[in-house]
Design a protein around this ligand. Sequence first.
Ligand SMILES: Cc1cc2nc3c(=O)[nH]c(=O)nc-3n(C[C@H](O)[C@H](O)[C@H](O)COP(=O)(O)O)c2cc1C
Length: 149
Amino acid sequence: MTTAHVVYATITGNNEDVADIIAEKLEDLGVEVTETEISQTDASAFESVDICVVCPYTYDEGSLPEEGLDFYDDLQELDLTGKVFGVAGSGDVFYEEYYNVAVDKFAEAFKKANAVQGSEPVKVNLEPEEDDIEKLDKLAEDLLAKAGK
Ligand SMILES: Cc1cc2nc3c(=O)[nH]c(=O)nc-3n(C[C@H](O)[C@H](O)[C@H](O)COP(=O)(O)O)c2cc1C
């Protein structure tokens, strides 16, 4: 069975919603999914699954979640060769050039860990709406297809 771990960082709940949507879709597709909050998660948890997902918020002009900084540092040091990764996050377009910067930063961290990108990152403005849910469902499908199991 294909396995996935979805990790989210949230203050007001939007990124937990993003993570829930991805996790539910993966489960519907027959994947065994674990979902956890970033400060409660060791990055090495990704070593034992096929599909790795991070859903981070962005704060303070492009900053990563404070409680996720250790996770972010550790992630880049891992060897995730053969794993498929996806990143999706909720930010706010109000912040213009800083919009969802954490999504791009986590994608780069996964690449440093030698994971394979299974889908284009998905950026959500505030709460996920119908068109966002479609994109997040597609991300889940793409990740599974790339995992090729
Ligand atoms: C002080 C503050 C700074 C923020 N800075 C950014 C930012 O730089 N880029 C961005 O895309 N969103 C920014 N946001 C918006 C949040 O990322 C957005 O509200 C997001 O949906 C919060 O996710 P959460 O509900 O999972 O906590 C900021 C929000 C606050 C309150």
